[in-house]
Design a protein around this ligand. Sequence first.
Ligand code: TPP
Ligand code: MG
Length: 320
Amino acid sequence: MAVDQRILLDMYRGMLRIRHFEEQIWNVYSQGLMHGLAHLYIGQEAVAVGVCSTLRDDDYITSTHRGHGHCVAKGGKLDAMMAEVMGKVTGHCRGKGGSMHIADMSMGILGANGIVGGGFGIATGAALSAKMRKTDQVAVCFFGDGASNQGIFFEVMNMAAIWSLPVIYVCENNQYGEYTPTDSVTAGKQIADRAKPFGIPSAVVDGSDSIAVYEVVEKAVKRARSGKGPSMIECDTYRYRGHHVGDPGTAYRSQEEIDEQMDKDPIKRMEQHLLGKGDVNEDALAEIETAVEQEVLDAVEAAKEAPYPDVKEVTEHVFA
Ligand SMILES: Cc1ncc(C[n+]2csc(CCOP(=O)(O)OP(=O)(O)O)c2C)c(N)n1
Ligand SMILES: [Mg+2]
């Protein structure tokens, strides 16, 4: 069945919110307004929105060091996220988490994570908790191609399969782990194949096509919610920028390769789809983008104005 027009427009808006948010993170970083680094998600937007559009507010996600897109798509507030990145008290974690540790339990965002593969145990544990509490919540674990080589990935797939847990492992294969091409360090044809020995159904999908991502994840979510157990989905995707804001991203990738990947841009692709159907025109899409741009600029201004947390609260909200 075709995906509802309302969902398509929401996904379009969602991808623009991520893209503009990330471009402003670059500006904020360049102006020296944030501490530390950020790993930009630009180019991978279709994965976050395609996946999160299938989820309920009370479902869980775990994210990665490249996590802003996942958090925005799951309902993170742009002003609270920008404030968090800039270390301000109005941030999701009162400015004490920063870019790589944005979490908000009220939205099921169980945390971005600076530890590669750090979400595997958390998402699988959240799925076990949902099963034990007999809710029909599901957990999505976003992870990279690099993380797929961490041993815990195999441990959690075993547990999830044995206990039939409501978890969906979503691999974002962006072809690189830091500065290393994935195929030079990752055995096997597809990362999705790693689910097979555990009897976990898996699929590979074009990660620049938000509709395709939505359709395949929707099936996995239905399966998980109805008690049939875990799934794994590998999304072919690409990050346009460097590994982090300090890496131009061009030393280990040819410009030709980057240009070829950027031709498949997920936002342009959705634009063409919506215009092709004839239900919306260019003006309507431009209006959406203008509103998003303003929302992001407002978030930057609010974060600039906000104070840093008081030094007295440095040991508060620390659980370990
Ligand atoms: C346990 C651990 N090992 C190594 C690192 C250093 N590191 C940070 S990002 C990264 C690459 C991760 O690659 P991938 O999972 O493909 O994610 P991507 O950056 O491509 O989104 C590495 C090795 C880390 N943060 N944590
Ligand atoms: Mg990668």
